[in-house]
Design a protein around this ligand. Structure first.
Ligand code: DGL
Length: 294
């Protein structure tokens, strides 16, 4: 569904300045880089600001209030830096907090959700696996998705404990990671699944390791291209598409940790060589820890 938030032009920015403003993209950590990759391919003329909240990742094992607190703080931080729209490139943050955060921010928001609908449309065996974080799987939003599409398709929902942590360490293929994946995927294959929903934006970086285990027996559903198209529609609706610059701008990367792994993953998997700036983004739930660190 298109975002319903007001556009920055409604808040007095000149239309030209607003459309040349950057898009903010945020994730608990490095997973949103899989969304950034799709956004760059779809909208190469847009300037992008990417925040990884790696100091507090993984969100999937946090409580709901913590996830909402961080999503709002980072959304406000990006809006204060002039972002004209925000992509919440995190299934967990979207599931727990997008409705609340959308009400609070003065810019349009685009969220992500596990591709349950495309899986239900394309599964021939009518059995599909879903790998997502525990927080996504327990959310009312995800349960609503299942209710809508699980009438004639069985979904095997598996929390991907340990997978986000692996990607955060830039581990996309170690023996330890493969053992974890094996444990999650083998029961799905045994139950006759022919489709696997990658319900966390970190997981597309594990596609080669997953393919090594499942071969062509599972179709992988990654929604990042659909998110980029949705973002394009939202920008168009709000008159916020940037004019093409002479050269495609490099994204600006920010991290709440030292950013070393972000720089490494962006360089190796996205071929983007850009520095990562470490930033402090205080929020109600992390204020005490941040003041100790300062
Ligand atoms: N990339 C996030 C998602 O899509 C990972 C959440 C986490 O940090 O556990 O859910």
């Amino acid at each position: 569904m298109p975002a319903q938030s007001p556009s920055p032009t409604a808040f007095g920015l000149a239309a030209d300045a607003a459309s040349q403003a950057p898009i903010g993209i945020f994730d608990s950590g490095l997973g949103g880089l899989s969304v950034l990759r799709a956004v760059r391919a779809q909208l190469p003329e847009e300037a992008l600001l990417y925040v990884a909240d790696s100091l507090y990742a993984p969100y999937g094992e946090r409580d709901d209030d913590f996830i909402t607190d961080r999503t709002l703080a980072i959304g406000e931080w990006l809006a204060a830096r002039g972002a004209k729209a925000l992509v919440v490139a995190c299934n967990t943050a979207t599931a727990q907090s997008i409705a609340y955060v959308r009400e609070k921010l003065p810019i349009p928001l685009v969220g992500v959700e596990p591709g349950v609908k495309p899986a239900a449309l394309q599964s021939k065996s009518r059995v599909a696996g879903v790998l997502a974080t525990q927080a996504t799987l327990r959310s009312a939003r995800f349960q609503g998705l299942l209710e809508r599409y699980a009438a004639d398709c069985r979904f095997l929902c598996q929390p991907g404990h340990g997978l986000v942590q692996a990607v955060e360490r830039c581990d996309v293929g170690s023996a330890e990671l493969r053992t974890l994946l094996h444990g999650y995927l083998e029961p799905m294959l045994d139950a006759g699944a022919d489709t696997l929903v990658l319900g966390c934006t970190h997981y597309p970086f594990l596609d080669a390791a997953i393919r090594d285990i499942v071969g062509q027996r599972l179709a992988l559903i990654d929604t990042s291209v659909a998110i980029a198209r949705q973002l394009e529609r939202v920008l168009e609706q709000h008159g916020l598409r940037a004019a093409a610059p002479a050269a495609a701008p490099l994204p600006r990367f920010y991290s709440t940790d030292d950013g070393r792994h972000q720089q490494q993953l962006a360089a190796t998997l996205l071929q983007i060589d850009a520095a990562v700036e470490q930033v402090l983004i205080p929020s109600r739930r992390t204020a005490a820890a941040d003041s100790r660190a300062a």
